[in-house]
Write a protein that binds this ligand. Structure first.
Ligand SMILES: [Zn+2]
Length: 193
C-alpha cells in the first residue's frame, strides 16, 4: 500500500480539482437549494473530510497511523457523547463542586474507555480485514452518508461536503489500484464491497 504520506499529499493537493469539478456539476444542475458560491465553512469542512477520506480505508491496517488516529478520535467522541448524555445527572446528583469534579473525571474515563474498547472490537471484525470492506466503493458511500447525516443540520451544503468525502475515499482506492498495477499485484481494483 502507498504510504500515508502519499495518500495525504494526494488528498491535500487534488482537493482543488475535486472542488472545481463537483462545484461545476452543482452549478450546471442549478440546484437552487445550494448556496453558491460556497461559503468558507463548506470549503473547509469538505477539505477536511476529503483529506481524511483519502487515507481512511487504511483503518483496516494495524500498522497505518490512521488506524490509531481513528481509535483516538472515537474515544474523544465517546467522551463527548457520554458527557452530553450524563451532564444533567452530574449536576443533579453532584451539586458539590468537589464531588462534581470527581464524578466528571469518572465519566470521562468511562466514556473514553468504553469507546476505545468498542472501536477496537469493531476494527477486529472480519469485514475490517486488510483491503476488505474499508477498501470498497460501498465504504466510500457509507462514509459520505455518515457525513451527510452528521452535517445535515449544521451545514447548508451537507450534500456537497458528503460527496467530497466519498470522492476522497475513491481517490485512495484509485491510488492503491495504481500501486497494484505498478507492482504487478493482481487484486480487484475498485471493488463494490
Ligand atoms: Zn489502502
Amino acid at each position: 500500500m502507498p504510504q500515508l504520506r502519499t495518500h495525504i499529499y494526494f488528498g491535500l493537493f487534488t482537493y482543488p480539482l475535486a472542488y472545481f469539478l463537483v462545484g461545476l456539476i452543482f452549478m450546471k444542475a442549478k440546484w437552487s437549494h445550494f448556496s453558491m458560491p460556497f461559503d468558507d465553512l463548506t470549503i473547509v469542512l469538505s477539505y477536511l473530510v476529503y483529506v481524511i477520506g483519502s487515507d481512511l480505508p487504511d483503518i483496516d491496517s494495524k500498522t497505518a497511523p490512521i488506524h490509531h488516529f481513528l481509535k483516538i478520535l472515537a474515544s474523544i467522541l465517546g467522551v463527548f457523547m457520554f458527557l452530553s448524555w450524563g451532564s444533567n445527572l452530574l449536576s443533579e446528583k453532584f451539586g458539590d463542586a468537589y464531588l462534581h469534579l470527581i464524578a466528571t473525571s469518572v465519566f470521562v474515563l468511562a466514556g473514553g474507555l468504553i469507546s476505545y474498547i468498542l472501536i477496537t472490537l469493531v476494527l477486529k471484525l472480519k469485514i475490517f480485514n486488510h483491503r476488505g470492506f474499508a477498501h470498497s466503493i460501498s465504504f466510500a458511500v457509507i462514509y459520505g452518508l455518515l457525513i451527510y447525516i452528521g452535517f445535515y443540520r449544521s451545514a447548508s451544503n451537507s450534500l456537497f461536503i458528503a460527496l467530497l468525502g466519498s470522492i476522497g475515499v475513491i481517490l485512495h482506492l484509485i491510488l492503491d489500484a495504481v500501486e497494484d498495477v505498478k507492482k504487478g499485484n493482481k487484486r480487484k481494483a475498485l471493488k463494490l464491497w
